[in-house]
Design a protein around this ligand. Structure first.
Ligand code: OKP
Ligand code: ZN
Length: 336
């Protein structure tokens, strides 16, 4: 299987985040990618390819222009400077001063946990280029591939970053594929993909299905409830399955199969983009589900039985000890 990956992604180097008023270690460390590449490179069945930089228009098809201008502007930060706002525009009647300013990052983020540094834009573009390349490859060959995206993407909305996400990698792939057919995103990250949901909320071109920890108790807190079904054209094309922390793998699979069957009755997709978040693994520092290596194999196999054109986009997964192994197991489950 092809793996799209570029070393440029490691240029986004953040060590600290603000979490409940305290400075804590940044979750999206560069070791995450090293861990995954190490596991996959041991196996001859994975073929690493550095993708071409994706066209600006492919990103613009999902994200707002002034948001992208803001991110690009942050390339002029100094080596040790960070953008991390502490003031937010709370009212639509506030003065409309130019938002493309580091001090006004509050326009463009919904949390305090995703700082920006000089190379964030470059790394985010490299990350998005993986999922774009996977989509292009899927459309051209029908073959599945794995986009080793990092920074992740599913929390990024059309005009806001947050949850370690800046560009919505899965949405960029999905949007590209809508030119060729109907698309379904299946998001199994522990956290709800509020960005992916919001980008396609009023559209029936992309069905968004997500299983995740209940937003009553887990990030992103404001989005991911069962009642969110989509609006306008997109009504019925959004399905959230919030599950309580400590949900067993057995229960998880039951919910997966049930919701997937429901989704497939609403839409018979030509393409499936899987937002693969491995923070559903047992003992993940950010997650509280219980998936083991063998469960990821089973999950891969289950997706294979759908017999659809499919691609995989890396999202979360923070327990370094298991991350690479679980990604490997999942992809092997799909392949074998
Ligand atoms: C990104 B993805 C813990 C902070 C948790 C953000 C969670 C982002 C998850 N120190 N806040 O969905 O895996
Ligand atoms: Zn997550």
């Amino acid at each position: 299987m092809r793996v799209f990956y570029s070393t440029l992604q490691k240029k986004h180097r953040i060590t600290e985040e603000l979490y409940y008023g305290k400075v804590t270690a940044y979750g999206d460390s560069i070791e995450r990618v090293s861990n995954i590449t190490k596991s996959l490179k041991k196996e001859k069945i994975f073929d690493f390819v550095k993708p071409e930089l994706c066209p600006y228009e492919a990103i613009l098809a999902v994200h707002d222009k002034n948001y992208l201008q803001f991110l690009e502007m942050t390339q002029s930060l100094k080596a040790k400077e960070f953008v991390a706002p502490y003031v937010f525009p709370y009212d639509a009647r506030l003065q409309k001063q130019n938002p493309i300013m580091p001090y006004r990052a509050g326009h463009f983020t919904f949390d305090s946990g995703a700082p920006i540094m000089k190379h964030t834009w470059e790394a985010a573009c490299a990350s998005a280029s993986n999922s774009y390349a996977s989509a292009q490859y899927l459309e051209r060959t029908g073959e599945a591939s794995y986009a080793l995206c990092r920074p992740p993407g599913h929390h990024a909305t059309a005009n806001m970053y947050g949850g370690y996400c800046y560009l919505n990698n899965a949405a960029i792939a999905a949007k590209h594929l809508t030119q060729y057919g109907k698309v379904m995103i299946i998001d199994f990250d522990y956290h709800h993909g509020n960005g992916s949901q919001s980008i396609f909320y009023d559209s029936s071109d992309v069905f968004y299905l997500s299983l995740h920890a209940h937003p009553l108790v887990e990030f992103p807190f404001y989005s991911g409830f069962l009642e969110e079904h989509g609006i306008d054209e997109g009504f019925n094309y959004n399905l959230n399955v919030p599950l309580m922390p400590k949900t067993s793998s057995k229960e998880y699979f039951k919910n997966f199969e049930k919701s997937l069957n429901f989704a497939l009755k609403v839409m018979d997709p030509d393409y499936i983009v899987v937002s693969a978040g491995f923070d559903i693994q047992s003992k993940d520092p950010l997650g509280h589900f219980n998936m083991l290596e063998k469960d990821f194999y089973k999950l891969g196999k289950m997706l294979k039985t759908l017999n659809k054109k499919m691609m995989f986009v890396q999202e979360g997964g923070y327990l370094l000890k298991s991350l690479g192994k679980n990604v490997e197991s999942f992809l092997k489950g799909y392949m074998m």
